[in-house]
Ligand binder design. Sequence first.
Ligand SMILES: NC(=O)c1ccc[n+]([C@@H]2O[C@H](COP(=O)([O-])OP(=O)(O)OC[C@H]3O[C@@H](n4cnc5c(N)ncnc54)[C@H](O)[C@@H]3O)[C@@H](O)[C@H]2O)c1
Length: 721
Amino acid sequence: MTNELKGKVNYSVNGNIAILEVDNPPVNPLSSGVRAGLSEYIAKANNDESIEGIILTGAGRSFIAGADISEFGQKPDGPDLHTALKEIEFSKKPVLAAINGTALGGGLETALVCNYRMGTNKAIVGLPEVNLGLLPGAGGTQRLPRLIGPSQALKMMIAGTPMSAKKALQQGVIDAISENSLIDDAIAFLHEKIGLNLIEHPKVRDKNEKVLEARGDDNVLSEAKALAAKTRRGQFAPGQIIACVEAAINEDDFDVGMKKESEYFLECLVNPQREAMIHIFFGERAASKISDIPKETPLLPINSAGIVGSGTMGGGIAMNFANAGIPVLVLDQDEKNLERGMGVIEKNYQMMVDRGRMTQEQKDMVLGLITPTLSYEDLSDVDIAVEAVYENLELKQEIFKSLDAVTKDHAILASNTSGLDIDAIASSTKRPGKVVGTHFFSPANVMRLLEVVRGKDSSDETMATVMSIGKRMGKAAVVSLNAPGFIGNRMLAGYTYQANMLLLEGALPNQVDSALESFGMSMGPFRMMDLVGLDLGWRARKLANIETPLANKISDALCEQDRFGQKTSKGFYNYSEGSRAPNPAPENEAIYKEISSQNNIERREISDQEIIDRCILALVNEGARILEEGVAQRSGDMDIVYINGYGFPIWRGGPMFYANQLGLSEVINKMSAFSKLDENFWKPAPLLQKLADNSGAFGEAPAPEERAQLLSFNKANMGGV
Ligand SMILES: NC(=O)c1ccc[n+]([C@@H]2O[C@H](COP(=O)([O-])OP(=O)(O)OC[C@H]3O[C@@H](n4cnc5c(N)ncnc54)[C@H](O)[C@@H]3O)[C@@H](O)[C@H]2O)c1
């Protein structure tokens, strides 16, 4: 019997059990109607003598999605969230949350006010608020520690990653998993509990044993602080979450903890980091869309893949396909390299097993999807081939010719080139529409960024398909037009150029790195250059017989002394055997001084602020040109690139968002102060100037007819090779 009475909750009765079904498509947020419905039906069930238990569940694939963001900032209609949840928590009849799908954030917090929780085996639970710069503000920080212990609760809230039903059961977040019909099992579960004649069914808020155990144990909080420092450096919300859990541990009165949670939540809400992180959250979704390609563009089926080249990148790319469940052949021309590449793949997976990130069975399964081969003929059936051989245009063209000949007509041919012209590669095939760049970042199995490079002939289907593969792999995929350096490396050129110039003008590598790391970059530019290897540019310049540009004079001089970076244990820094930790290299200082003086540069004290401004605004100005040319579709795409591929702090929202926050006229002011150092470099991009003049902000790329000419990029200015 179903009585649809009000709003967005359905009420039905099965024997002595009332069933409240939240029905608010598509994901069941706790909108005003839902809150009112819950409130009314909890009262109704409580007032109905024939009812002995209540099931709370969701319609569709979601249990409850949490607060309704469209109501943010408005005065709530009907009961507010806390009131509605309290009514469930203080129901006289036991309430069971029957978690039919995802219960994230407020969804799980709603389940936590119920007496019992049961999930289907597909249920997903989690408190991901931290990813938006927030904390679980509907009692999650007070109830979860009581349910599963403060240590586990902190790990779950600081990571913010969703958890499978199986894991949730192991951890005690849920009490049972339903293998058959969720509602039937939930009714049976409640009948059993009702049969026990309990005077009171347990409430999570009353379960104090675990928090009391942690009282006086400093390790719980200090371990959480260490975890936050390591995984969420510079972020505000994790510290607030820890403070909430501290209250859960130390406050005798549950409601005092709740009050603190509300205060700390508000502090997160007004912190600028929240806006930055929400920008990134939506920015990643926006980046996955290609503005001029219709949504309904059919995707080409991708059921098998081939990788050409089993080196650093090829192996990692193969792992991405296997992890997404796509069988993949790995081809190399060199048997030894192939063997070594397969060995590295196996070792990487083993490391994940050792660290508990994967089971042995999972490892066997994914490894089983990767097959080595020395023969192109074996690639005849693949739906996509990704080339990852040495960075050489003729070689790549040769390989694309072979792939074109051997693969089926519909197969996509992708290149992992870091910067070669995709159109030139495509021209060696008879299917330029099926050719695209897939620029993975190293290590490819770890880094989330994937630049998808759109050639002039890449078809809509090809682009849409590759973007969807990126999604299947869990990558942050961003489209770039085929222009030098694509998005990320093109912006990076100006950033490292400024770092190198600062070194010539008087700063030391350690100072530059520390300033930028305190800004939030995961690794300063000199540590990064040491990691990549200073010899790459040096060799390339020698090979091409190019005179060393001013900005590279110091790194080339270091190479002349065999200081190539980490690979030779010395570069800008010194490294002890087998360690990646940089130690200052005072012996380099004489070289710095000598080169500065040879070039008539008077070394001076440079402030940390100048270092930050020059390096970060170099990213911004080049980003403006990239946007103006339409190489990136929108400024948010560049933010996604920088956060996922270059260690830019997520809580600053990416370089372009940072510039918008700073105000573009302030960006121009700062740049014009630097123009006396280098007038040419600090010339504002026309789009930046125009937006600043109109109090505008970076957003979408201009319409095609208003775009600046593509490839206005001048490598010589930027200190490139
Ligand atoms: N290493 C990085 O950090 C990185 C990052 C992004 C993009 N890339 C790009 O990825 C590509 C591969 O770089 P890598 O670092 O993996 O190179 P690598 O030197 O580690 O591996 C290249 C592999 O290609 C194989 N190979 C060479 N010619 C071949 C042929 N004709 N047929 C089959 N196999 C052949 C080699 O035997 C070797 O195993 C390059 O275009 C590079 O610019 C590299």
